[in-house]
Design a protein around this ligand. Structure first.
Ligand code: NAP
Length: 150
């Protein structure tokens, strides 16, 4: 299994106030770089193995009814879009492709007020990844194995 987890946020500025450099940093880290890692390492993943990338509920267009976290949301939506293109490009591959949503978790990125701890969500993430092994194609799932709307 290959799982790409790294990601950043730079706070909650409205999009027109986000400095170009900050926007670029978030996009490069959260959308472009994971795809570079996936492309570079995919030959090492066994034929029925899994390639997962940490997305976010905030990457869902359908779930965006409140706004906020504009640059971060855009970067995770871009990541989802790029993984869809990746899945189309390698449609003949047997890899299980997963975009995962961990929930709102108390980490440096999630902040101290997040309702969930890593201990609460990591087993669900691991189980969800395992459950879909050997199922080719791309899925967008949360840590409880619910399908997320794009
Ligand atoms: N926490 C949440 O509520 C939440 C919700 C939805 C999605 N996510 C996603 O979950 C993933 C993990 O986030 P987290 O909450 O665990 O955040 P975190 O505690 O801030 O950890 C982020 C991780 O990403 C690494 N990283 C950041 N930029 C990097 C770079 N340029 N190169 C290599 N590694 C880099 C960091 O490494 P260093 O420590 O070495 O900097 C760190 O290990 C991210 O993709 C995030 O978007 C989190």
């Amino acid at each position: 299994m290959l799982f790409v987890n790294a990601g950043i946020t730079h706070g909650d500025l409205p999009i027109a106030d986000v400095p170009t450099e900050m926007f670029t940093d978030v996009m490069v880290t959260n959308a472009l770089s994971p795809m570079r890692v996936v492309e570079a390492l995919r030959p090492l993943v066994v034929a029925d193995g899994t390639i997962g990338v940490m997305s976010s509920r905030q990457g869902s267009l359908a779930h965006n009814t409140r706004g906020g976290q504009d640059a971060y949301r855009a970067s995770k939506s871009a990541l989802n879009q790029l993984m869809r293109s990746y899945a189309a490009r390698y449609a003949d591959a047997a890899h299980s492709l997963l975009l995962m949503c961990p929930g709102h978790v108390r980490t440096e990125l999630g902040g101290p007020d997040a309702p969930l701890t890593a201990d609460q969500v990591v087993p669900g993430i691991a189980d969800t990844i395992d459950r879909h092994r050997g199922e080719p194609g791309l899925k967008y799932l949360d840590y409880q194995d619910h399908t997320m709307p794009w």
